[in-house]
Design a protein around this ligand. Sequence first.
Ligand SMILES: Nc1ncnc2c1ncn2[C@@H]1O[C@H](COP(=O)(O)OP(=O)(O)OP(=O)(O)O)[C@@H](O)[C@H]1O
Length: 289
Amino acid sequence: MSSLSSARSAAPALSSRSAVPAASAPAVVNLADASLGFGERLLWDGLDLQIMAGEFFAVLGPNGSGKTSFLKVLLGLQALTRGSVRVGGEAARRGSRHIGYIPQQKGFAADTPLRARDLVGLGVDGHRWGVRLGVRRHRRRVDELLDRVGAADYANVPVGLLSGGEQQRLRVAQALATDPQVLLCDEALLSLDLHHQQAVSRLISDQSRHNGSAVVFVTHEINPIIEYVDRVLYLAGGKFRIGAPEEVMTTDVLSDLYGTHVEVLHTNGRIVVVGLPDATTHGHAAEGH
Ligand SMILES: Nc1ncnc2c1ncn2[C@@H]1O[C@H](COP(=O)(O)OP(=O)(O)OP(=O)(O)O)[C@@H](O)[C@H]1O
């Protein structure tokens, strides 16, 4: 185990940005002594982590560091090499009703035979194993969700004709339909313009602050969500570090994780990482805006 991972977190208090007091918030994700590796390749080892209701938790790291694998573990799609994982009080498993999932933005084909309200309706029905709400209640719930994400105006438009940002709002509505205990977001802002990045991240943050969902947000770029993040899990080179962004996103910590000197600059409320190893394709350095 690395020196960094031995400094693992036993769920430190949430940052001042959280509206949910740490003491009263229950843990909804619980990893104990968790390790994951593929063959020779170790992604992380000895990960003890609790994510609390209402917490906005970001998972960061360069390409290939294990961010998507971390989400798959929570989704019950990837078994750990060692240790245990519980979500909403039960062992992680596929199709858990405790989980809402916002995938990467991928456009729908223009001829997809679904209207905006149909897509959201699938989320409302998704966990009911065939037992649908009555037609009226179903419609009301879909309307509420469309309204909440600002999509009421295009409720009846086929999804393939909507912009990327409009489609992503619908995916948020779909994921929120069951008011999940845990909201998993996989690069949910990718390829959205700045305006839609801000709108979608605010919707996700609202779900954690006002409805108490724990948000687990996988991203290669912290800046679009920096104002909402309580804690970060930073994965790199088989090691990890957990803490508030200001504790983890530092020159010392990232240099230690990458095993080479990198510089972390804080400018205009943004974080820019400079000098990442050549082999590392990573958002911070490349973007630097
Ligand atoms: N089922 C698997 N079998 C073997 N290797 C795997 C498997 N799943 C993931 N890996 C490897 O584990 C590493 C981490 O992959 P993962 O997709 O979790 O990284 P990531 O941080 O999400 O990367 P990116 O930012 O590029 O999406 C990669 O080297 C990948 O090839």
